[in-house]
Design a protein around this ligand. Structure first.
Ligand code: NOJ
Length: 741
């Protein structure tokens, strides 16, 4: 025994001496060489702490002991420099002193809450999104966190699914650009820097296509849709260097993602050469029993590890069953070694072996805690995320000298709702979060009189508060009504079958409009909502999503013209739940409905147009933009040649402003068929009032390529259309032919 121990100590000394001369992979191998099977499996095990619950908790009074015995590789939901240090000290009492990884759902900010990810996506501003992720990483890293479970890069075409709030919407191209921005924002220049955290691209894969929009539900889709629509943002995240991936709760074509070797081994670790590790979702390995895919935890563990799931989040299938599976020869120890190596490599890259406490720096945590610069970025991001849906007769922006403004609605004075789901509750939230009321109050001049009435609660079915609201409106020059969902009505396990404005809120808007006063409607939500009456009758509508800590200031900036709104919808807004799934990049049919009133025997609804209420890419500004002179530098191209697309964008309105020019293509004839439009490029362009700029897009062969039914990624010769405009519907059109060779 003594000899073994001395031998072990000698190897540690040897390891340290050799550390500088070895690659990280070799160092990981040397560590694995010293580990018992149980210690290896411990590295593949992750438990939650008790800071917050983000899933169903399994009572376990023995966690601390297990940490001291090296039975744990990572914890989630443990945060704060002091607390993470305390837990890391326990890990340092283990035989091999392998540091723990601390993971947390830092989805849209840590101390400073940024807009929900779907809102940020509406900015189409990848530089701003990268910065927002970087600040979230900086604040979290200063609190001892090594790893965020973000970005969620799931494409979502179904707004009933509560998690649409957490992604970048419905488009694979926009989704991929944002995936890259978020991964590089979180991870900074290199892993190991103390202002960066590891990113985790999730949920691999196709979680966003849960049948019926019901969270955790099964997914059934063609390979072609998987590869062309759902996988691209994951591929982009892997190529951008995402350190980790998380698999998903759903089954895909009958195989749960956690046990899916095709996804994890063939595609991710094989084709894409992903070098990081894959963590399961919370309990998703043992949930394979509920799926009916494994008869018990033992079989679930075998399926998952064989399929390439490296770490078991809160499932206890690995810690409970893997050792026996290896001993009985059902699972090769080399599979365990491979998973452990992937995990250790990340710990080594983070520099935790040199200093397990390098992220537990209370002084740094303190300095990040109230960094006003972070709030400034949150405000900038919030402004850019707001989408102006309607502005009849230039009602907005409002004058700061308006005499009397009635501020109405259940979200006008809300505090935490502004943060949306996946945000943290801090003790000083009530003073730190800028409510919409406060933001407006700060913005207007001393001569402006503000009246307030709630009107109704978010889910109220009673109209008892309407008369007070109507009275306030009657005395005002303008009414601003803030309606929508509560912050926790979208998010995980927050699917809704009815996505209309909840309760009597639309009735409240009707009552306010009936006063004859100009009404500005602010809609707070984590998803597209249905609000047809408002869309048709209210003169001004601002979609605010959930904008985070600085929501009130950002909204006030937009309402009073200190920021000219520039957001564009990253997801289509349906007219009715009956249109779902609704997305702009759909295939054509053999009997397409032309226009909104379909002729008999065409593909449409008897009771609804096919078009969305608001289209993908749509969003207004206080100024107007027009497009002209769309030109391609060639009408015929050979494979491998680029095409330059130029267009003039003019600001024809009365304000300076920013436009997002969007380029779509259509591959007119191909086998299999391609969508009626596909986003392939976008550019943000700032134009002074009266200014015109020429912008150039370059289309490459890659942009014309897609996965065919044999999953070959290539293009097919023939005619293509090119569309450019300020949204997916109102576009200028040109075309070219792609020649055979
Ligand atoms: C379950 C969620 O699906 C996942 O996104 C999250 O990261 C984990 N819980 C941890 O909270």
């Amino acid at each position: 025994m003594k000899a073994t121990y001395l031998g072990f100590l000698a190897s540690l000394v040897f390891l340290n001496a050799q550390a500088q001369h070895k690659t990280i992979g070799q160092r990981a191998d040397s560590i694995i060489h010293l580990m018992t099977l149980e210690e290896k499996i411990g590295q593949m095990n992750q438990y939650t702490g008790d800071w917050q619950a983000t899933g169903p908790i399994t009572p376990d009074g023995d966690k601390q002991n297990q940490i001291r015995k090296g039975m744990l590789g990572s914890m989630l939901n443990v945060t704060g420099a002091a607390h993470t240090r305390e837990i890391q000290e326990m890990a340092m009492q283990s035989r091999l002193k392998i540091p723990l990884l601390f993971g947390l759902d830092v989805i849209h900010g840590y101390r400073t809450t940024f807009p929900i990810p779907l809102a940020e996506a509406a900015s189409w501003d990848t530089a701003a999104i990268r910065l927002s992720a970087h600040i979230a990483a900086k604040e979290a890293a200063a609190a001892g966190i090594h790893w965020t479970f973000a970005p969620m890069v799931d494409i979502a075409r179904d707004p009933r699914w509560g998690r649409v709030m957490e992604g970048a919407g419905e488009d694979p191209f926009l989704g991929s650009q944002i995936a890259i921005a978020r991964v590089t924002g979180f991870q900074g220049t290199r892993l190991g820097s103390t202002d960066a955290v590891m990113a985790c691209a999730k949920h691999f894969a196709a979680y966003g296509a849960a049948i019926g929009g019901r969270d955790y539900n099964a997914v059934d889709m063609s390979d072609q849709t998987l590869w062309n629509v759902y996988l691209p943002p994951f591929k982009a995240a892997a190529e951008a260097g995402a350190a980790t991936f998380m698999n998903s709760f759903n089954s895909l074509n009958g195989i749960p993602a956690s046990g899916n070797a095709y996804l994890q081994r063939t595609i991710l670790k094989g084709d894409w050469k992903f070098q990081g590790f894959v963590v399961s979702d919370w309990g998703s390995i043992s949930e394979m029993v509920n799926h009916g895919y494994a008869k018990d935890n033992t079989q679930a563990a075998e399926e998952a590890v064989t399929a390439g799931s490296d770490m078991d989040m809160e499932g206890r299938a690995y810690i409970g069953c893997l050792a026996e599976l290896v001993r009985s020869g059902k699972v090769k120890e080399s599979i365990i070694d491979e998973a452990v190596k992937r995990i250790l490599v990340k710990k080594l890259e983070l520099g935790l072996f040199e200093n397990p406490y390098k992220f537990c720096d209370s002084a740094k945590e303190q300095s990040q805690w109230n960094d006003a610069a972070n709030l400034q970025v949150a405000k900038m991001m919030a402004e850019r995320s707001i989408v102006l849906l309607k502005n009849q007769q230039g009602l907005l922006p409002l004058s700061k000298q308006t005499k009397t403004i009635a501020l109405i609605g259940p979200l006008m004075k809300s505090v935490r709702d502004n943060l949306g789901f996946w945000s943290f509750a801090w003790p000083d939230d009530t003073t730190r979060i800028i409510t919409q009321y406060d933001g407006i109050q700060k913005k207007v001049g001393a001569g402006t009189h503000l009246l307030y009435a709630q009107g109704c609660g978010i889910k109220d079915t009673s109209t008892a508060g309407f008369s007070e609201a109507i009275q306030a409106a009657a005395q005002a020059d303008v009414v601003i009504v803030s309606v929508g969902e509560a912050g926790n009505m979208s998010g995980e396990a927050k699917s809704r079958s009815n996505i209309h404005l909840p309760g009597v809120q639309e009735e409240l808007i009707k009552a306010l409009c009936a006063t004859g006063k100009p009404v500005v409607v602010l809609i707070n939500a984590g998803r597209p909502l249905v609000f047809n009456w408002t869309a048709d009758h209210a003169p001004a509508i601002v979609y605010t999503w959930f904008l985070g800590t600085e929501a009130g200031d950002a909204i006030a900036d937009v309402l009073f013209g200190d920021y000219n709104p520039s957001g564009k919808l990253p997801i289509s807004f349906p007219r009715s739940e009956g249109q779902i799934p609704i997305y702009y990049n759909h295939f054509n049919t053999g009997r397409p409905a032309h226009g909104d009133a379909p002729a008999p025997y065409t593909s449409g609804y008897l009771d609804l147009p096919n078009s969305p209420q608001y289209a993908f890419g749509y969003g207004l500004s206080y100024t107007n933009f027009s497009y002209s002179g769309l030109k391609l530098d060639k009408n015929q191209v050979h494979s491998g040649q680029d095409i330059q697309v130029t267009v003039q964008v003019s600001n024809t309105g009365n304000y300076d402003g920013e436009e997002t020019a969007q380029l779509y293509i259509r591959d007119i004839v191909s086998q299999p068929v391609r969508p009626v439009k596909e986003l392939k490029a976008f550019q943000k362009v700032w134009l002074k009032k009266g200014e015109t700029k020429t912008i150039t897009f370059t289309l490459t062969s890659k942009d014309l390529s897609f996965y065919d039914n044999d999953l070959h990624f290539s293009f097919q010769p023939g005619d293509f259309k090119v569309f450019v405009g300020g949204n997916s519907q109102d576009v200028k059109e040109a075309g070219f032919t792609l020649l055979d060779q």
